[in-house]
Design a protein around this ligand. Structure first.
Ligand SMILES: *[C@@H]1O[C@H](CO)[C@@H](O)[C@H](O)[C@H]1NC(C)=O
Ligand SMILES: *[C@@H]1O[C@H](CO)[C@@H](O)[C@H](O)[C@H]1NC(C)=O
Ligand SMILES: *[C@@H]1O[C@H](CO)[C@@H](O)[C@H](O)[C@H]1NC(C)=O
Length: 483
């Protein structure tokens, strides 16, 4: 199906100051063409998984008391005191309807919201307004459906992704049974419990997003139009097919959220950029996985297919809970606990957080060392006397990193250290050593970030280069072999 550019038919730049939904028939002059900038696409596969870690309202506005008690920056929301009245709970249907040839099956509902910049992490409302709409299709991925609440030009780009060409959904367990059960876990609500041994690299979850929400929609309830923002989120859910809607409503949200759907989105979404802007994606099935600072699984999101994958990072025994990390694990215990409490409102009770002080201090020391050594390798810091480590020293630093990751049981992230080892050994001319770490890195980055990721390809190429230099035929696959 050829996507017809509905967005240039009517551009909603003049929705400002509609005082009620009855003004829907107001004229929408064609005053602004929307330009697509392919270079400004979504950010692909970041190397560090923290970029796709569950988004939290730490990065957005906050709605709950526990967050207010721990605000990293002071945000002001009184900028719109005198703004023209926006209907408090009404969105405006797109006057052009669905649009011929559109990927969306539901009429978009729109509103205008302040444009936000986020320099230095502080959201700054600029006085300019942007149009936001909820675009939905019930036919996405074999009837799973998806709602996208964002700026029209970004939605248009999203609709051209390969995800929208997939006629059926992903069904990981069509031919076999899942190796886990969803069960109540004491103190944690529901959890994912392995019911047989699961090995590193086994794929556990693969589900398409059912919602993509622009992060600017999440601004604070102190915004005058907070009800409208909440409505936008609700409409996105309401327009999903029944099964996906039920899954959405079954998710646990923030306990004292002022608004149910926002409360659910606040704690269950993952961050991803589209059109260069931050969005939150929701995959209700993944919400079942609980947090651990030393998780046994990792995940990545494919921004082309909009599918979120979770894979085992190590052997998981039957009866063990399958976990992922909600935060950057390379933080001290105190920072991890703050991050978890701030954004998710629960106390971190993972075994690593509960260690006696002496042990957790030693762990913090290793985390600090990891962060410092990486800075040294990156050339961001130097040794005493303003010297840089030699190539041989760098290999030792990289191997120390590998060791520290192992000691910290950071199996879900250790590929970062492996890649350093591969790289530094190559630079030092230790080709056999380099080859060893390159093979590990390739395996690790495939599990960590999926086959499309640039790191895995780079490591594959490195195997080839290094083995050529060594003069050894390792029989690596050529393009034809892969067919
Ligand atoms: C943005 O919208 C507000 C009302 O929501 C209005 O007061 C303001 O003038 C608008 N700004 C621009 C640049 O149109
Ligand atoms: C907010 O944005 C405006 C316009 O881009 C800029 O002039 C101002 O310095 C920004 N304020 C902060 C606190 O970033
Ligand atoms: C594990 O649980 C799934 C349900 O999620 C079930 O289909 C499967 O048969 C179970 N496997 C074993 C070995 O009990």
């Amino acid at each position: 199906m050829v996507f017809n550019n509905i967005l240039t038919l009517e551009v909603l730049t003049l929705l400002t100051c509609l005082t009620s939904a009855s003004k829907v028939d107001a004229p929408y002059p064609n005053q602004q063409q929307i330009h697509l900038d392919p270079a400004n696409g979504h950010s692909h596969h970041h190397h560090h998984s923290s970029n796709t870690s569950p988004a939290s309202n730490q990065e957005r506005g906050s709605t709950n008391s526990w967050e207010r008690s721990f605000l990293p920056g002071h945000r002001k929301f009184d900028l719109f005191e005198n703004s023209c009245p926006i209907p408090s709970s009404e969105l405006v249907p797109w006057p052009g309807g669905i649009g011929k040839g559109s990927k969306w099956t539901e009429v978009p509902h729109c509103t205008r919201m302040p444009h936000v910049t986020a320099t230095t992490g502080v959201k700054n409302e600029t006085g300019i307004n942007d149009t936001f709409c909820t675009f939905s299709t019930k036919s996405f991925q074999g009837g799973r459906g998806i709602s996208v609440a964002t700026k029209p030009h970004i939605a248009e780009k999203i609709a051209t992704l390969p995800a929208f060409k997939m006629s059926s959904g992903v069904d990981l367990w069509k031919k076999s049974y899942p190796p886990f059960e969803i069960k109540p876990v004491p103190g944690k609500g529901m959890g994912v419990i392995a019911n047989r041994t699961i090995f590193r690299g086994e794929r556990l979850f693969a589900h398409a997003a059912v919602g993509i929400y622009h992060n600017d929609i999440f601004l604070t309830r102190r915004s005058k139009d907070y009800r409208l923002r909440n409505r936008m989120m609700e409409v996105g859910v309401d327009k999903l097919p029944e099964e996906s809607r039920k899954k959405f409503h079954a998710m646990i949200g923030q306990k004292n959220a002022h608004h149910v759907v926002q409360g659910q989105l606040n704690v269950n979404t993952f961050g991803e950029d589209f059109g260069g802007e931050e969005h939150s994606i929701i995959i209700p099935e993944t919400a079942r996985m609980n947090h651990d600072c030393r998780p046994n699984s990792m995940y990545y999101f494919d921004p082309e297919t909009l599918i979120h994958y979770t894979q085992a990072a190590r052997t998981i025994n039957a009866g063990e809970e399958v976990t992922i990390t909600y935060i950057d694990p390379l933080q001290s215990r105190e920072d991890r606990q703050k991050a978890i409490t701030y954004s998710w409102g629960f106390q971190c009770t993972c075994s690593h957080c509960l260690q006696p002080t002496t042990y957790s201090e030693a762990s913090d020391g290793r985390i600090l060392a990891i962060n410092s050594l990486v800075k040294l390798l990156l050339g961001e810091t130097k040794l005493k006397g303003n010297t840089t480590p030699s190539a041989a020293e760098k290999t030792k630093i990289a191997e120390l990193l590998v060791d520290l990751y192992e000691q910290e049981r950071l199996v879900s992230h250790i590929v970062d250290a492996w890649m350093w080892a591969a790289q530094t050994h190559k630079e030092a001319g230790n080709l056999w050593e380099s080859l060893k770490w390159t093979y590990r890195s390739e395996e690790g980055s495939l599990i960590h970030e999926g086959p499309r990721n640039e790191a895995a390809t780079r490591m594959g190429n490195l195997v080839q280069k290094v083995s050529e230099k060594l003069g050894v035929d390792l029989g690596y696959l050529t393009e034809e072999d892969e067919e």
